[in-house]
Design a protein. Structure first.
Length: 374
């Protein structure tokens, strides 16, 4: 069956045309290894430096604070394990119960090595409260890692306020901004974070490339050992095409941030209005302030997994739980953490709209859901 409507943009996005074109020379004639000293490597080296500056400019960082990685998962692992392994006297880590598995499983790994980890509960909207953090943080806390925007329900966390509390206790702040960068304004200075993870394929860049912002002066250990790339902090031959494509995609998205968000939010409203009008018994999960287009819906008495497959047969791509984990069909840890009633929880799907979605497409998604459940 032909895929007709793609509404899983929180899982991945379509590659930006300009990014695709900008990548081509680095995959063809300009294939030099950026770390070699001869003239053939000058162009890729320069392209990486330019990409670093563009990306830094998009999040109000300095170019030397951007470290390229293979994506969000690696960036998250680096922030957590790199903080833990950095020879600090402080050992404890704090995160939340609704983080992406890239953070949660990295935390579970370091727990097995003797680092204490606290997983903060959230409220019914998925928000981490300042008072909860204040209850858990101690002078032994090395790192607080809380995501900027949740991938399943879209909730945007109060990172600036959480960072203030964290810094008062002398700990580092990391935020997984994989669902935020390229979608909402992200300013590392205004957020007050020490580290921030991003992934290109979530903002119309290529897959398999991302970055970790590390504020100047932050002490963290490298976790990928090898050559001296990325100033000795992240070894491995640079993914020149990926890095260039990521920079172009981010620049293009950031230049149209407001326009894209306005379009996507107007589509969101149309979908919700159509569902409300149908009289279906459902709840929308997440906070009022959420990443644009992330619509988590729980239908009473429905089977989310079944709904996904019926929609698939109708050519519509949505998702149930965590975007990167289609094998895991159990109730998602995020839906569990917000304590949704079970008769709604099991009927959860996530529709995630992007800049390429249309009014006609959203109308058809609503009609399909109503036909299946109604
Ligand atoms: N963090 C969040 C919030 C995500 O949504 C994802 C992917 O869905 C990741 C991390 C992992 O990113 P990547 O796919 O680049 O490894």
């Amino acid at each position: 069956m032909k895929r007709e409507i793609y509404a899983d943009n929180a899982a991945t996005t379509k590659l930006d045309r300009g990014a695709f074109e900008a990548m081509l020379p680095w995959l063809n004639e300009e294939y030099g290894n950026a770390s070699q000293p001869y003239a053939f490597s000058r162009k890729p080296k320069k392209a990486i430096a330019e990409a670093r500056a563009i990306i830094a400019g998009c999040i109000n960082a300095e170019p030397e604070e951007i470290f390229f990685t293979s994506g969000g998962t690696e960036s998250d692992n680096w922030a957590i394990k790199g903080s833990a392994f950095s020879d600090s006297d402080k050992k404890a880590i704090i995160t939340s119960q609704i983080e992406h598995p890239a953070v949660l499983n990295a935390c579970r790994r370091i727990e097995t090595l003797g680092y204490p980890v606290a997983y903060l509960p959230v409220d019914g909207k998925g928000l981490v409260s300042i008072s909860t953090l204040e209850r858990f943080i101690t002078d032994n806390t090395r790192l607080v890692s809380i995501m900027q925007a949740n991938n399943e329900i879209g909730t945007i966390e109060p990172i600036h306020e959480l960072a203030e509390v964290t810094h008062r206790h002398g700990a580092l702040v990391h935020t997984d901004a994989v669902q935020a960068v390229g979608h909402i304004p992200v300013d590392v200075k205004a957020l007050g974070v020490d580290m921030l993870s991003a992934s290109a394929h979530k903002f119309n860049g290529p897959k398999g490339v991302g970055f970790l912002y590390i504020k100047k002066g932050t002490i963290i250990a490298p976790i990928v050992d090898g050559g001296s790339q990325e100033r000795g902090m992240r070894a491995g031959t640079e993914n020149v095409a990926g890095i260039v494509g990521m920079a172009v995609a981010l620049k293009n998205n950031c230049e149209k941030l407001d326009e894209n968000a306005a379009h996507i939010i107007s589509l969101e409203k149309k979908l919700i209005a159509a569902l409300d009008e149908s009289g279906l018994d459902y709840v929308r999960n997440g906070a009022q302030y959420h990443s644009p287009g992330n619509i988590s819906l729980s239908f009473k008495g429905a089977d989310g997994e079944g709904l996904l497959h019926r929609l698939d047969l109708m050519g519509i791509c949505v998702s149930t739980g965590s975007a990167c984990d289609s094998q895991n069909t159990q109730l998602s840890h995020v839906i569990k953490a917000i304590k949704l009633e079970e008769n709604y929880a099991l009927g959860t799907i996530r529709v995630s709209l992007g800049k390429d979605n249309t009014e006609e497409g959203v109308k058809r998604i609503a009609e399909a859901i109503i036909r299946i459940i109604g």
